[in-house]
Design a protein around this ligand. Structure first.
Ligand code: FE
Length: 218
């Protein structure tokens, strides 16, 4: 058998959110997910490595969320959920998320699904979870989904760098700051200070117009 032939199967990248203990969550990056039924009783299967804490947490909690990552995801998000274990890290503390029906969903997700496990089957190194989809919602951004092959080709190195930096500093990357643009001359303020509101005495360094003219770039 030529295992490289299997690399040509297509997968996305998803982040599992699952209860660990009261108010704390585990989770990890998974790729082996497929929707296997639609209509009135939508279902999916998730295959998860037995060695991962996520596997044990899914078994004990019986329910989880999947955050569907955007193609332009911050590589740190993949590193945070893929390169360390929830045994010794509070992964969800490092990323913006909100709770959906008591379970965490990434703010950057282009969509999420909420699943209940209805059956599971052990497959050597992995457990196959057969799940009913009890909720599914689109996120606020309309990016394309991140595919596993694109991650391997374009994002893996950046994820490695992001994780190295995280280990060195002990801090996740700062949230993207608001930028301010001068519509008169095109100047963009993208400096160290994150201005949610520009100071009253603000003036464009290029053309001199005041703060009222500046536009926030989201
Ligand atoms: Fe200007």
């Amino acid at each position: 058998m030529d295992n490289t032939a299997l690399w040509k199967l297509s997968y996305g990248l998803y982040v599992v959110g699952v209860k660990k203990e009261e108010g704390r969550f585990g989770g990890s990056v998974v790729d082996a997910v497929a929707q296997v039924a639609a209509g009135d009783q939508p279902a999916l299967v998730l295959s998860s490595m037995k060695n991962n804490l996520t596997n044990a947490l899914i078994k004990s909690a019986g329910r989880f969320t999947l955050s569907i990552l955007p193609a332009n995801a911050d590589p740190f998000v993949v590193a945070n959920f893929g390169f360390q274990s929830a045994r010794d890290a509070d992964k969800w503390a490092n990323v913006p998320y909100s709770l959906k029906d008591g379970l965490p969903v990434l703010d950057c997700a282009i969509a999420f699904v909420n699943c209940n496990v209805i059956e599971s089957k052990e497959l050597g190194t992995h457990t196959l979870f057969i799940c009913e989809i009890v909720d599914a919602q689109n996120g606020e951004t309309a990016a394309k989904p991140l595919l596993y092959a694109d991650y391997q080709e374009n994002m893996k190195a950046a994820a490695g760098e992001a994780f190295k930096k995280f280990k060195e500093t002990g801090k996740p990357p700062a949230e993207k700051k608001a930028q301010w643009r001068c519509p008169m001359c095109g100047y963009v303020y993208d400096g160290e200070t994150s201005f949610e509101e520009l100071p009253d005495d603000w003036a464009c360094p290029l053309c001199g117009v005041g703060k009222d003219v500046f536009e926030k770039v989201e």
